[in-house]
Ligand binder design. Sequence first.
Ligand code: PEP
Ligand code: MG
Length: 754
Amino acid sequence: MPTRSAPGGPRLLLRRLREAMAEPVSAQARLDRIVVQIASNMVAEVCSVYVLRADGRLELFATEGLNREAVHLTTMRADEGLVGLIARNAEPLALSDAQSHPAFAYKPETGEEIYNAFLGVPILRGGNTLGVLVVQNRANRVYAEEEVEVLETIAMLLAEMIASGELQAILRPGAEIAVRRPLALKGSAVAEGVGLGHVVLHQPRVTVTQIVAEDTGKELERLDAALEAMRAGIDQLLDGDGSAGDHREVLETYRMFANDRGWLRRLREAISTGITAEAAVERVQNDARARLQRQTDPYLRERLHDLDDLANRLLHQLTGQSIVAGPESLPDNAVLVARSMGPAALLEYDRKRLRGLVLEDAGGSSHVAIVARSLGVPTVGDVNNITNLVEQGDAIIVDGGAGEVQVRPQPDVESAYREKARLRARRQEQYHQLRDKPAVTRDGETIDLLMNAGLLVDVHHMAEAGVASIGLFRTELQFMLASQFPRLEQQYALYKQVIDATPGCVTFRTLDIGGDKILPYMQTYEEENPALGWRAIRIGLDRPGLLRSQLRALLRAGAGRELRVMFPMVAMVSEFEAAKALVTRELAHLKRHGYETPSLLKLGVMIEVPSLLWQLDELLARADFVSVGSNDLVQYLTAADRDNRRVANRFDALSAPVLRALAHVADNAQRTGKPVTLCGEMGGRPLEAMALVGLGYRAMSMSPASIGPVKAAIMAMHAGELRALMRELLARTDAAASLREPLRAYAAAKGVPL
Ligand code: PEP
Ligand code: MG
């Protein structure tokens, strides 16, 4: 069957529609005019618009050709009929004989059984379906590819209209359109706290308002120029000073896409339907998003992100807008929403205005998560597709402790969270009152609470938290935030500032990089199992230059005072011996050059690799102290990657095997009189801290936010009773997979606040 060309062509239609959009009439009148225009221009007997409601039903909002009485009465589920199929698949559907399609559903009130040919396209925004636009013909006609394209372009105009909220006014009271509906999203808990505010997109989307082009030739030229500029930018980053580092792979992917013929062809084809270059980028990206979003393959989803980034870059290039939100123009009560974000980018925003952070990609142990916790910004990570589900300025609530995000919350939800935030503030106030009290159990055992830190900003939390000493200073954070290796002088300056600002003692951990902690400027090696790979002390001993300069900076910073240094990821006592030899050498070097050295030097080892559990005699004879890194120790004991969402929480740290290992360390330390601390995250959780007290731990280092809750719990504990309880629970041969429940029951019975 030959295709009919629309009278006046698609460009005229688009212009007419644009005019209809601007007319000062009601939303219903506007929609009615639009469907008439489309039907007449496309020589179709029917044109209908269906809008997705918040309850998941598609409602007929306007029609030319079907019974008008059906408007706002006919609705269908998203799994019903051809319209439902389009909404679900987010793909166009063209049929010459619609009634023979298995998904065809008949709605008698519309009178549509007399139509045979059917063309429907999804109305998309940010890869989400907002509705469906349909044309129908009586004859069994075949719709041409260009007609599908034209309809998709019109759907973009409608998407704009729907997203503006204009259609809400013509809905029955109580009903709501999907695009503005409240969403309750689940992610992973990254940084504790409740924050209420408004969305600020870290990488603001460009909203394309100019859809219809004046001159297609010019638009093609604009596209070419923008592509050229974008490619040049990427090439420059790649070929420039080599600082692209770990972003290199991402940039290579961009370069590949930027030269991808399929992508370029689709962009050009879209422009040739009469739309602007930016509208073409948006449309092609909408299609790609809709297609890829349904993919479960992580590799393909990752490619979607790359494509999204690229399209975004191109849009910014075309519209001349800046690619990231200007940190200086942050409104009050801002909740940052980003797909991913580097720790340095977060630090650029004004903390005072930040109420929360929501990330699509990052989980709890990412670097930005560590910074978010340091800054005390309530943060939820791993929230699927969040950047496409919110609009700039939307009301949003972040519950960092529960890992929940509420988008456009209903008033009752909002007030519930306000109450939660108030309660939390009250509890903080109670913790604050405990600030100057020591953490002593009911039976008089003092538990030393120390703080984990890694940034200078952390140090300022000490007074607030009522802590005198730092039990773990993660020196790699300075390296991770820098754009090149911090020089010895810079390291020295930071360490000295930290020591000066700390009333008690600081335990510095030497560089713990590798694995998930990657320095953007350091050459990386592809590793099958990075957690078991070349990291921490292994790099330190293989590249002694790096470790030696750090040790030199530390020894100088500790001049005339007590200095404590510990080494991460030691698996064999011989590695500690080798590290000690480097320290001795650096000390000698400094003395030779007339530098003052620390008055007291204590060298320790982190117990995070299980092999050390069977070298405790040798280790404790040589180390001045040990500190259990339970994050890694549990990861290696259970062979469950702490960064892999599928397995990270598979095994409970409060299970008998883990607790027995921890008891073994505590018992041996006590027997040999060597100080032992625990500095993994588990010490910062009151229930876990209670178990640790029962195992004999008397010093724990944790994030500042945990100090209050853990101290309050300790003050309600009885160490002697806990010792007996742990002994009994761990001796049981019928030990359940986790001791969490019996411990929780004990805490509840004894009034230990958790
Ligand atoms: C640990 O592994 O428990 C630890 C404290 O070190 P990090 O979390 O920095 O690996
Ligand atoms: Mg560790």
